[in-house]
Design a binder for this molecule. Sequence first.
Ligand SMILES: Nc1ncnc2c1ncn2[C@@H]1O[C@H](COP(=O)(O)OP(=O)(O)O)[C@@H](O)[C@H]1O
Ligand SMILES: [Mg+2]
Length: 281
Amino acid sequence: MKIPKRLESLLQDGLIDEVLGQLMSGKESDVYLVSCHGETRCAKVYKEIQHRSFHKQTQYTEGRKVRNSRRSRAMEKHSRFGRKEQEDVWQNAEGDALRSLAAAGVRVPKAHGFSEGVLLMELVVDADGAVAPRLNDLCLSETLARTYHRLLIDQVVLMLCAGLIHGDLSEFNVLLAGDGPVIIDLPQVIDAAGNNNAKRFFTRDVDNLAAYFGQFAPELLATDFAAEIWHLYENGDLQPGTPLTGQFARIEKAADDDLVMREIEDARAEALARFAPSGAL
Ligand SMILES: Nc1ncnc2c1ncn2[C@@H]1O[C@H](COP(=O)(O)OP(=O)(O)O)[C@@H](O)[C@H]1O
Ligand SMILES: [Mg+2]
């Protein structure tokens, strides 16, 4: 195939040996199949900043730590250099996230390097070695839907324990590898402790999972893992493997209902006492 411009320098530098074909063209990136040192890998080429909403981007990046102070000052001023720096930070964020998440035991593709706006990573494959499908491309049995939902809830907990939230988790950003679901597409990864919208992003991610898997296993639509997990996280009680019920909201409501019933009972007793003939009680 004709070599895409953005991959030319990686070929020249020997980071990739051959471009085998284009895998996908997404909203924010073009993904290619490439061969590197005898292995087939993925090259994710990010689209330029003008293709993304700047406002949306700042919501995600809040709280991210930028080590270099010249860089962070430029980014604050939104100068041209600042924009360029911000773009690099955004693009690098995915490679950084893949590395920290892999270290935390999260199922993500292995990162193989980042150069010139291109992320090289492991190609996720199915049991036959073909490119893995997205969850969105599948029709699942009720049992499998329950199993994968639970596995992904465990992944989301591992991520949060590592201080990160996906921020765009859905059936479009999970691939089904031969050995189970793998999470992809992380340039917008969110710093759980430093971002004011963290809870909102987390809830959206977890609710997206319930909505997708709930099509096949409808009882999942009534779960509230987001509130339960976030409550544990805020109280410092969340650890990988912390037992979860998915019923947080209902437990809270049940507790509220008990309180309301007790109050009604108290009010009734008071009223009875007031109207009862004196000496009768
Ligand atoms: N590591 C990978 N292995 C296999 N396919 C991948 C991999 N990364 C991305 N893809 C494919 O490319 C598509 C776009 O990648 P993604 O990271 O989701 O970027 P975008 O921001 O464009 O959605 C995915 O939906 C998936 O089909
Ligand atoms: Mg995607």
